[in-house]
Design a protein. Structure first.
Length: 51
């Protein structure tokens, strides 16, 4: 009989968000000053796109 509580939970979107947040924390920790918005956008992979 299979254990109903033996399940693997994986959320791909959450993993991507955790990676982006981690990259942002690392960059902010390495900087002596506030990160410019353009740098934050670059780290998060947003901005700089024309519509």
């Amino acid at each position: 009989m299979a254990d109903q509580f033996d399940v693997t939970l994986e959320d791909g979107d959450l993993l991507v968000e955790v990676e982006m947040t981690t990259n942002l924390i690392i960059a902010a920790s390495a900087s002596d000053e506030r990160l410019p918005l353009a740098e934050i956008d670059r780290i998060l992979g947003v901005g700089g796109r024309s519509t």
